[in-house]
Ligand binder design. Structure first.
Ligand code: 6PG
Length: 488
């Protein structure tokens, strides 16, 4: 077989197939391979006219079809399947060749695989790809890890097939080894938070304002033409406006309310705990999905007393809806800020040189959390790349200041009525925690010292101290130097 293909894609599920077609539509010759050959056949039969595909039946044929250095993209299920495919193909490759993992792999796996393959001279490029089926075909957002050397060869092709905003590609080299998959994981964590916040806003508009799903769809559409302009608001309106074909009622009313997940939100939260990154809105969104699926537990709680229902008239309902918009926006800013903080923590931990403005730039289109306000996030990080939080930027700070009253009132209304708003509440609590002059965690330090001699720091002296609880002659001992503060 002649080595003519610019890139090869193995694993022709929906994402792999659509990425292969996207490359072909951009004029690249694409070798295609799948463990069971019928998918390869189906792709070339159905879409062969879209570009130059080289179907391969075996791993050897597939590798032989690739021009050097070989660019081999694997689009299989994250986990054991990815390791199996690497094992199958790596022995057929040569130094300088590249394996691109475009699945939702855990970044720690990507770091391990990259280190192992580097010893054989093979570049392993962990690549986060967002945008679902449609994005894969028409332009996803692409977060590329691995070496800068590999990106120099591969980047232009990936940029070509990515979404564009004003001609700028939504694709970038994020950092070495697992940085691309890490940032994709955080993208998904933010996605969970954003979706949960929208679900809570819907619930409030329905239960407090008394709006129907169709009316809420209209409210969301209005929001979508303002500062909340985003893909997730847009599709939420579509889902809410959808009528179920079987019942003729709102689609949202016939859908079982146990939310699934494939695990990337959970990974974000697990990793955040290791990094001491307080991504509380993301965590609450993830736990909200978990709680929704706990049938027996929910049955045990059902019927317990809740809040009081207070019906609103039309004017009050409209005023309430506007407050929810403010609460949603403020909570969303906090959730995204938490994501960026987590990326900053990881960059310090893993030695990644991540440009935070670039992350905002490549999320402006193609990905699931694409949103108009990311333009402003990008501008803010461009102006101050080391910014600790979005909330120090003047524009965001002003908006959050203005959202104060409606944000708090929305959560108070929900609480009074017994409507759960875990992500809204977590976002506000995070805001109040981080802006506080003093936190009650001083008491926790005292408790820890009391029962476990865990020591504490003082505000008036350096060092660590232990109080001899109950010993009046020997009140306190200085036990050591001040520990280096962990910023996270
Ligand atoms: C994307 C999405 C995608 C993710 C789905 C499903 O960026 O295109 O994040 O990668 O797999 O959204 O996620 P859950 O099944 O965990 O909700």
């Amino acid at each position: 077989m002649q080595a003519t293909a610019h890139i090869g894609v193995t694993g022709l599920g929906v994402m792999g197939r659509n990425l292969a077609r996207n490359f072909a539509r951009h004029g690249y010759t694409v070798a295609v391979h799948n463990r069971s050959a019928f998918r390869t056949r189906a792709l070339t039969e159905e879409f062969g006219h879209e570009g130059a595909f080289v179907p391969a039946r075996t791993a050897e044929e597939f590798v032989a079809a690739l021009e050097r250095p070989r660019r081999l993209m694997i689009m299989v299920q994250a986990g054991a399947a990815t390791d199996a495919v690497i094992e199958e193909f790596a022995p057929l490759l040569e130094p300088g060749d590249m394996i691109i993992d475009g699945g939702n792999a855990h970044f720690a796996d990507t770091r391990r695989r990259e280190a192992v393959l580097k010893e054989r001279g093979i570049h392993f490029v962990g690549t986060g790809i967002s945008g679902g089926e449609e994005g894969a075909l028409n332009g996803p957002s692409i977060m590329v890890g691995g070496s800068a050397e590999a990106y120099a060869v591969l980047g232009p092709m990936l940029e070509d097939i990515s979404a564009k905003v004003d001609g700028e590609p939504c694709c970038a080299h994020i950092g070495s080894d697992g940085a691309g998959h890490f940032v994709k994981m955080v993208h998904n964590g933010i996605e969970y938070a954003d979706m949960q916040l929208l679900a809570e806003a819907y619930d409030l508009l329905r239960q407090v304002a008394g709006y129907s799903p169709g009316e809420i769809a209209d409210v969301f559409r209005t929001w979508n033409s303002g500062r909340l302009d985003s893909y997730l608001v847009q599709i939420s309106a579509e889902v809410l406006a959808h009528t179920d074909a079987h019942t003729g009622g709102p689609f949202v009313d016939v859908v079982a309310d146990a939310a699934g997940q494939k695990g990337t939100g959970r990974w974000t939260v697990q990793t955040a705990l290791d990094l001491a990154a307080p991504v509380t809105a993301i965590a609450q969104a993830t736990f909200a999905r978990a709680a929704s699926g706990r049938r027996a537990l929910r049955a045990a709680y059902r019927g317990l007393p809740g809040g009081v229902q207070v019906p609103l008239n039309g004017t009050e309902a409209a005023r309430f809806a506007s407050r929810v918009e403010s609460a949603l926006y403020a909570s969303k800013v906090i959730a995204y800020d938490q994501g960026w903080t987590m990326i900053q923590s990881a960059a310090a931990e893993y030695g990644w040189d991540i440009d935070l403005a670039t992350v905002a730039r490549i999320w402006r289109d193609g990905c699931i959390i694409r949103a108009a306000f990311l333009d402003r996030v990008r501008a803010a990080y461009t102006a101050d790349p080391a910014m600790n939080s979005l909330l120090v930027e003047k524009g965001f700070a002003e908006e959050i200041a203005q959202a104060q009253v409606p944000w708090r009132e929305t959560i108070a209304s929900a609480t009074r009525r017994g409507i759960p708003v875990p992500a809204f509440s977590a976002a506000l609590a995070s805001y109040d925690t981080l802006r506080a002059e003093r936190l009650p965690t001083a008491l926790i330090q005292g408790q820890r010292d009391f029962f476990g001699a865990h020591t504490y720091g003082r505000v008036d002296r350096s060092g660590t101290f232990h109080t001899h609880w109950g010993e009046s002659e020997r009140p306190e001992t200085r036990t050591g130097e001040s520990p280096a503060g962990k910023e996270g």
